[in-house]
Design a protein around this ligand. Structure first.
Ligand code: PFF
Length: 471
């Protein structure tokens, strides 16, 4: 009956199978693939990171990804698009809808700082275009440019000369996000991702080809050594809990799993749309961008020029500091610099759109607001948060604090909630039945068992370990 359905005022949804796959892949492929993954891998000894990384992908990432796709489409077929509504369909308890709250808070808070980094990328792309970023060789000037550009060395006020241009970037990027969100799932997100993802792949492949054909550095380091740093697995890392923690965190962040994003996106599917193969395809695309493109560009290029000090560069240091040095030394570096940062910007915006949509859906569904009112309200809330991040950009305190509480603590909690909802409230038999509807491929039964027993235990263990480490 009409009452039992969510207040879906404007029916909206994906227009093609490729469209939804590209939209989910667009959410997954982002700064996490090109900056966070190389940063985490470099900080955890390169090859040492890869084994826990792939184990986390198979044990946590892919199973939870399928669970989110299945639950989302299930809730969507009952007229609910936001996590509170979807979760209440799965667990018929009056408390269930509150479990969806983290699925709104996490994307919203991540948006507040992600959009700032997105603006850095656009700003860097434009500065390559204008030639202002061709500062010549030497590590220092790029660090200075960066600190000035992001306002890290300002006295903490917004309007210093250095980051005034950043302010315009942030405003522009903000507006673009909201224009696309306002146009809706099909006309905004899907049509944008259909252009942006192929374009991103082309830009990334150009940069990759350039990096893989770089000659040996004047220090004598060769590309082979650089690739070896990243790609020689180191089994001793299996004994370090920190590496496991970092690896599973990276898997969640990168696949956009555990954020309630996939629940929302999958809710716009039709009942017979396949989720098993689509989910696997989107996840594989993410891994291709992360491991093949991110992992073969950022670290090898930085290692070639900086040697083993890449490990101490930090997440932003690699992308915004080390790579500009590489571009400065190569022919046509200005073009490749532009391609790299423009690609980062595209990767970021297809991700930030996916942080806004769940909240818009919630405002529409939970409060019966119309799209313009929902968008305005969300714009106001996220602008306040973003202003807060910018204001405290000195030393990036706000950015780091948000990233820790949301990125470490809340994500694990929400992932745990989702695995319990799927494995215990819905039950893996129903879950399998729901997931397999309209699917040609079957999810191996062991994955269902993992979702019920292994994933929750693994997540609790991670949670305890991370609290013990950080508090
Ligand atoms: N998966 C995105 C990335 O790798 O950059 C980041 C992301 C997207 C995080 C969506 C959170 C989110 F809700």
């Amino acid at each position: 009956g009409a009452k039992a359905r969510g207040a879906n005022l404007v029916p909206d949804g994906w227009t093609s199978r490729l469209g939804v796959i590209l939209a989910v892949a667009g959410s997954a492929v982002g700064l996490g693939n090109f900056l966070r993954f190389p940063g985490q891998a470099a900080a955890n000894g390169g090859g040492a990171f890869l084994i826990p990384y792939f184990i986390s992908l198979l044990v946590l990432g892919i199973p939870l990804c399928w669970a989110e796709w299945a639950m989302g489409r299930y809730g969507g077929s009952r007229g609910f698009n936001s996590a509170p509504g979807v979760f209440a369909c799965i667990w018929r308890h009056r408390f269930a809808k509150y479990l969806g709250v983290p699925a709104l808070l996490i994307p919203l808070v991540i948006y507040m700082y992600y959009v700032v980094i997105e603006a850095w990328c656009l700003g860097y792309a434009l500065n390559y275009l204008s030639g202002d970023l061709m500062l010549g060789k030497g590590a220092d000037q790029y660090g200075q440019f960066f600190n000035n550009f992001v306002g890290a060395d300002s006295d903490g006020t917004l309007f210093t000369a250095g980051n005034r241009s950043l302010l315009w970037m942030v405003l522009g990027v903000f507006a673009l996000n909201f224009v696309l969100i306002y146009r809706g799932v099909a006309k905004g997100i899907e049509s944008f991702c259909k252009i942006a993802i192929p374009l991103m792949a082309v830009c990334a492949l150009c940069v990759l080809l350039r990096v893989l054909t770089l000659p040996a550095h004047e220090s004598g380091r060769t590309l082979n050594e650089a690739l070896g740093f990243m790609w020689n697995p180191d089994f001793s890392a299996l004994w370090k809990p920190d590496t496991w923690l970092a690896a599973s965190g990276q898997i969640f962040f990168s696949l956009s799993v555990g954020f309630g994003i996939i629940v929302n996106y999958a809710s716009y599917l039709k009942r017979k749309d396949d989720v098993v193969l689509s989910g696997l395809t989107a996840a594989s695309m993410n891994e291709f961008f992360e491991v093949c493109l991110g992992g073969l560009i950022t670290i090898p290029a930085a290692f070639l020029f900086l040697g083993a000090t890449v490990g101490s560069q930090g997440t932003f240091g690699l992308g915004f500091n080390a790579l500009p040095n590489v571009f400065a030394e190569m022919p046509a570096g200005r073009l490749f610099g532009f391609l790299w940062f423009f690609m980062l910007f595209l990767a970021a915006i297809t991700s930030s759109l996916s942080m806004l949509q769940p909240v818009i859906a919630f405002f529409e569904e939970g409060f019966g607001l119309k799209r313009p009112v929902s968008a305005a309200l969300l714009g106001l809330i996220s602008a306040l948060g973003c202003g807060f991040v910018l204001y405290f950009s000195k030393g990036m305190v706000a950015l780091d604090t948000f990233d820790f509480w949301v990125g470490t603590a809340l994500i694990v909690v929400l992932a745990l909630i989702q695995s319990l909802l799927y494995g215990w409230a819905l039950g893996i038999e129903r879950g399998a039945q729901i997931a397999h509807e309209g699917a040609k491929l079957r999810i191996p039964h062991v994955v269902q068992l993992m979702l019920k027993y292994v994933v929750p235990v693994y997540l609790v263990a991670i949670f305890i370990a991370s609290l013990r480490q950080d508090l």
